[in-house]
Design a protein around this ligand. Structure first.
Ligand code: FE2
Length: 463
């Protein structure tokens, strides 16, 4: 099995594996129907082997001096290690044993896969390292990552932000990621706003997601967020949580989906918008309130100049007739009170950016900038410019477009953040009803704002 990808190439190997899996499934179904072996679970289409794959970097607690890497093997491969050396002194290799090894098993699945994770420590800030992961004779190719800048670094750096992948993982999503990294090859971090896949329990979709990001996920940290679709078919998000590891510094009981990392002079906070409770009362199960209390701690005790919050479900919806009252009730007052600079969101399969109307001041607005973006092949329509989820909730929708997927770059330049959104794909029916210029082509600038700090420390965005 482990030689298949090398001998046959991934597409053919995948078809054979799928055919084999289907055959097993048919046998299993027949067995159940005949009453023989009725406890045999359905087969999975996992393709894990002893050779590491799905290698992804993620930040550890101290991003400037440590780095977490996670990878997958078959379940039988119980151990793993990272070999790492400074890129400018590759003979100085040290070995770090994996500190987590988790067999991924969903109910009714007999997928054989194991996820390994290791955190490299005692690294130097803004320094390149070469590394490989594996065990015995099965190692990944050597590749390179660069640690995050120190908190006091004034060197400009860039992070990317992507909306939902979800549909078209081997088409639109793959193209969006390719375009973004082609334009920003030096981007240090990629932030995703949830719904990586359409069905959280579908390993084939995860394979496609990883194939799209493979060239970059092993060389830059990914900051992912769980969307509602990570829960589909996988209520406990086993697959999502197995594939990538983050510092467990979120609120108690939610610290596997909610976390904070500081990179350079930016604090990144992720929220899990899928656990806020009922649609009208975010405190009805206590989870929204618990997360809001944790959010306030991260905002009140924040030594960094800039703050970026990511949540899948947006405070103000881009898509027609959508609304997220529970999330808005739980989190919007805190985002406003503490002057979060950027709130980066997904879920709506359209593009929108705006701010709260009460923040309008001479020459611009002083307060958070809210963005909704889309990165895959699923498209929803916008509400009209004159009346939409922003206007009916006392906000201003400054920019909007539908039938479009985009990628965003945020350049951290010391005393300002430069946010830019670019067209990745335009749906066949063309740019929809948004007020942005028509006729844009992939790679062209869709929308941009520059965030600075007002004298009171709140973000200021000029008009
Ligand atoms: Fe969603």
């Amino acid at each position: 099995m482990s030689a298949l990808p090398n001998v046959l190439g991934r597409p053919l190997a995948r078809r054979l594996l799928l055919a084999a899996a289907s055959a097993i499934a048919i046998v299993a179904v027949v067995a159940v129907r005949t009453g023989a072996g009725s406890d045999v679970p359905p087969a999975d289409d996992g393709t894990a082997t002893a050779s590491p794959d799905r290698i992804i970097l993620s930040p550890a607690a101290d991003t400037a001096t440590s780095q977490t890497v996670t990878w997958r093997t078959d379940e039988a491969t119980q151990e793993g290690e990272v070999q790492v050396a400074p890129a400018d002194d590759p003979d100085q290799v040290r070995t770090v044993e994996a500190d987590a090894s988790v067999a991924e098993r969903l109910p009714n699945s007999r997928l054989s896969a194991r996820h390994h994770s290791a955190t490299l420590t005692d690294l130097e800030p803004s320094t390149a390292y070469t590394y490989r992961v594996g065990h015995d004779d099965d190692f990944s190719p050597w590749t390179t990552f660069t640690t995050a800048p120190a908190a006091d670094s004034t060197d400009p750096w860039t992070f990317l932000y992507f909306g939902d992948a979800q549909w078209g993982l081997d088409a639109g999503w793959s193209s969006t990621v390719d375009q973004a990294f082609a334009q920003y090859p030096d981007a240090r971090i990629a932030l995703t706003a949830g719904d990586q896949v359409n069905d959280g329990n579908d390993d084939h979709q995860w394979e496609q997601w990883f194939e799209a990001v493979a060239p970059w996920a092993s060389t830059r940290s990914f900051l992912t967020v769980a969307g509602n679709h990570e829960h589909y078919g996988d209520e406990q998000t086993v697959r999502y949580r197995s594939h990538v590891q983050y510092p467990r510094n979120g609120p108690e009981g939610q610290d596997d989906l909610t976390y904070r990392v500081d990179v350079g002079d930016v604090r990144f906070i992720t929220l899990d918008g899928s656990i806020t409770g009922g649609p009208s009362d975010p405190t009805d199960n206590g989870l929204g309130a618990l997360q809001a209390a944790w959010l306030e701690q991260q905002l009140a005790d924040n030594p960094r100049t800039w703050t970026v919050v990511t949540i899948h479900q947006p405070m103000f919806s881009a898509a027609k007739l959508r609304d997220n009252l529970a999330q808005r009730t739980a989190f919007l007052p805190l985002l406003e009170q503490y002057g979060v600079d950027l709130v980066l969101q997904g879920h709506d399969h359209a593009y929108a950016r705006g701010h709260l109307a009460e923040n309008d001041v001479a020459g611009g607005y002083s307060g958070p900038t809210y963005v909704v973006a889309n990165a895959g092949d699923k498209y929803y329509d916008l509400d009209p410019a004159g009346r939409n989820n922003w206007t009916i909730n006392d906000a201003v929708r400054d920019a909007a477009a539908d039938k479009i997927s985009t990628y965003q770059a945020v350049r951290v330049e010391g005393d300002r953040l430069v946010y830019s959104s670019y067209v990745a794909t335009i749906d066949d029916s063309g740019v929809g009803t948004g007020p942005l210029p028509q006729g844009l082509a992939p790679g062209e600038l869709l929308d941009t704002v520059t965030v600075t700090k007002a004298v009171d420390g709140r973000p200021f965005v000029p008009r």
